[in-house]
Write a protein that binds this ligand. Sequence first.
Ligand code: HEM
Length: 448
Amino acid sequence: MIAPKPPSRPDRVSLWRYLKLFRADILSAQPARLYRAWMAEFKTPFFRSYLINQPDLIREVLDRRPDDFPKSNRIREGLAPLLGNSVFVTNGEDWKRQRRIIDPAFEGGRIRDAFPAMYAAGAAAVARLQPGRVEIEAAMSHAAADVIFRTLFSLPIEDQTASEVFRQFREYQRTQPILNLAAFLPVPRWVPRFHRAKTRQTAAAIRSLIGALTAARQAAIGAGEAPEDLATKIMTTVDPVTGERFTAAEMVDQVAIFFLAGHETSASALAWALYLLAVSPDVQARVAVEALALDVQNPGFAMLSGLKFTRDVFRETLRLYPAVPMMVRQTTCPERFRDRAVPLGAQVVISPWHLHRHERIWDRPDEFDPDRWQTEAGRTCGREAYIPFSSGARVCPGAGFAMVEGPLLLALLVREFRFAAVPGLAPVPVAHLTVRAKDGIWLGLERR
Ligand code: HEM
């Protein structure tokens, strides 16, 4: 089965046409040659962008010299109203200190502790769904937001504050659609980035709701009554180097990014996975075999060992539809990439979207084939050219969490429902904050 990708643009277009294409969608704005190239250069009047698509060059930037390629300021400015100074946007010492406090919350044992909350969110998602035609992206956003609320704050999404944060996030996405655009926008840094009034308002509303949640939690920790969840863990962890904890204000920034990074990404991956299953009935049948064998009377972490194939399905989905399609860094000194001079301050774009479908790396790159992960060739490509969670020091701290959540929710959903494609409604991928479908992903659901 061939997994849909958006049409590419012709090789040469005018700057204006390019900008218009970009505004519509960052993926279809790119020429098809990026699926074969090792590197591409984009010239704008004020700076250069370099898309690197060669595995060892990507390793150089992400794994070997991350400090020399900090996150791009252009991206940081786009996210500032919502994320303030969160770990997603900081660099240098500030970022290192934040990771020292956050990382322990996502260690293996902690994910095991979070399992009951994840399971409860999965069961609630199954209970909310009804047979018939369903826009599955919205349903998966709801489910993934529920996972985050329950694991972070021990609150189900029915909670009033939780559902209000979720609603405001959806609003925020509508007003702030294309983030990575900033890395290509040919305007100089000193041109102020306009945040629409609506974007600022929703960001402020989200931050005030989160502020109330963290303040309440701070009080509960003080009174010795806080539940043992991720928020308590992060708020009580002491940085081993400075001996300090996050202040209440810092915690608001961090919680904002956990919501955003944690639910938008998983929702995108789950929705595409269900679409791929809907159009591959034989693969879906194999997931159903694993799902129906789960011992739902005794839910527990051990269930995951029965979901090996489902895990490969999720992994293959993240190859074809990497939730974060592009990442942007910038140079701090002049570099040489593939014998080409790359100036100081250039934008370095790493595109999991193109790397994962690279025609010179992957066998049948556009084909949905979960079995490839059990072959020698698939595993080798996986090690060299598969970075859905990024790589190196700035790797996604939620990767282990997501690789439990994704297969588990998929299995619980497939256990209850049979998913089918709706004729005439094939989704067209577009890159918003995450990879979404232009008009949603519509599926037909039937009880098993
Ligand atoms: C399928 C699900 C997910 C995918 C594909 C994903 C992917 C990524 C990627 C590619 C990055 C690096 C972005 C960049 O460098 O520009 C990232 C960073 C991050 N992710 Fe995830 N993520 C997922 C789930 C989660 C979850 C569940 C959480 C938390 C609960 C989370 C929290 C974060 C945070 C805090 C960062 C920033 C790390 C840093 O910059 O040091 N993610 N994620």
